[in-house]
Ligand binder design. Structure first.
Ligand SMILES: Cc1ncc(COP(=O)(O)O)c(C=O)c1O
Length: 379
């Protein structure tokens, strides 16, 4: 089936493709004080808490904006003026957390580890022991710039042992990869309305431990990012403090219903795993090589080396794919020429098989044919 190049399937790390039923609920105007809007808001807040098993102990707080707004908000709200945040970075999104702290003057220190593997617990422990001023630790669960999945369980145990608050950027993992409040005891996680929740971009969600939030009253130096204030207002009034993104919220509630109907995070993960397998097998058969070792790779996005073949040109691959109805993404790594193909969103294994056909056709058009794995993968 030929795809429509003017309404392409997004095979990117975000925004991702969204179901037609989720798009359609945005066609209606809604009042912010209306019963339907308030019902959707409450349902979405409760659903996100239930996905981490945090009923009773956690609250969900939406902010209009992208996921970075939520990351900045949990740091500004939960790390107190005298506190210090240890940030782990092995990619672009870890670096963005550092940038947030640098901009706001928040005290922080950094563990930077190589990009294609997770950090070890020993590396975290050494950094914690070296600096008694540290009060909080923040990590990116799925580092979307590479696709590396940074494990959380041992780090959470370490934070418990050292009585440190754990903050998690779960922007690219939440909704597919299991994150348990009970096991991890995190203070907060951040979530995108898009990505694995498969709704329109525009809301940055946080799931926050109620006790940590109560202790955070007065911490946040800005009005709009103050999650304590947003949460108390929401609990009292049943709505946002300022004009809410009504259409985006309605779409998000619909996306939550579809997430539940699909079978929740386990079913979504299984579909993304099938997408990833089809993608990686298909690309390897054509001679492409992945950057991240399979054992550390998440089924969210895969990063490929640009092949060394002289006729290969990423821009031509991008345009050839776009003309066939698929959007792929350039790499974001300073140290290697790479590109990325996402597995998230309203995408099936059959879509991925079609996309592999489009890659093969585009490579043939480019004159990159008949090369064995070593020629093509040498980049
Ligand atoms: C892991 C992770 N964190 C944070 C962000 C930033 O999200 P946004 O661009 O929505 O602000 C992204 C975006 O791709 C991401 O993948």
């Amino acid at each position: 089936m030929a795809r429509n190049a003017s309404d392409p399937l997004l095979l990117t790390p975000g925004p991702v493709s969204v179901s037609m039923s989720t798009k359609l609920v945005m066609l209606k105007d809604r009042a912010s004080g209306g019963v339907e809007f308030q019902g959707d808001l409450q349902f979405a807040r409760d659903y996100l808490v239930s996905l981490v098993g945090g009923q009773g102990a956690y609250t969900t707080i939406p902010l209009p904006g992208s996921a970075t707004y939520a990351n900045e908000a949990i740091i500004a709200t939960l790390v107190p003026p005298g506190g210090k945040l240890l940030i782990h970075s092995n990619g672009v999104y870890g670096d963005r957390l550092i940038e947030i702290c640098a901009h706001s003057g928040k005290a922080h220190s950094v563990i930077r580890t190589p990009p294609f593997v997770p950090a070890t617990t020993a590396q975290f422990e050494a950094a914690i022991l070296a600096d008694p001023a540290i009060t909080h630790v923040m990590v990116v669960h799925c580092e979307t710039s590479t696709g590396v999945l940074n494990p959380l369980e041992e780090l959470a145990d370490l934070c418990k042992r050292h009585k440190l608050g754990l903050l998690i950027d779960a922007v690219a993992s939440f909704g597919a990869i299991d994150i348990s409040a009970r096991r991890l005891g995190f203070q907060a996680i951040t979530i995108s309305s898009n990505k694995c929740m498969q709704s329109a971009p525009g809301i940055g969600w946080s799931v926050v431990q109620k006790t940590a939030l109560e202790n955070a009253k007065g911490n946040c130096p800005t009005l709009v990012l103050d999650l304590w204030d947003q949460n108390q207002h929401m609990d009292r009034i049943g709505g946002f403090r300022f004009t809410p993104p009504t259409q985006v919220l309605a779409a998000f509630a619909q996306a939550c219903r579809e997430h539940e109907a699909e079978g929740g995070a386990p079913a979504r993960l299984a579909r993304y795993q099938r997408n990833w397998r089809r993608l990686v097998d298909g690309m390897r058969q054509m001679g492409f090589a992945t950057v991240v070792p399979d054992e550390f790779a998440s089924p969210i996005v895969a990063t490929f080396h640009n092949p060394a073949h002289p006729a290969f040109d990423f821009q031509k691959l991008f345009e050839g794919m776009e003309a066939r109805g698929f959007i792929i993404f350039p790499g974001r790594l300073a140290l290697a020429d790479t590109f990325r193909i996402g597995c998230m969103g309203d995408v099936t294994e059959a879509d991925m098989a079609e996309a592999m056909g489009a890659v093969a056709e585009t490579m043939a058009e480019m004159g990159v044919v008949g090369v064995g794995h070593t020629d093509l993968a040498a980049g």
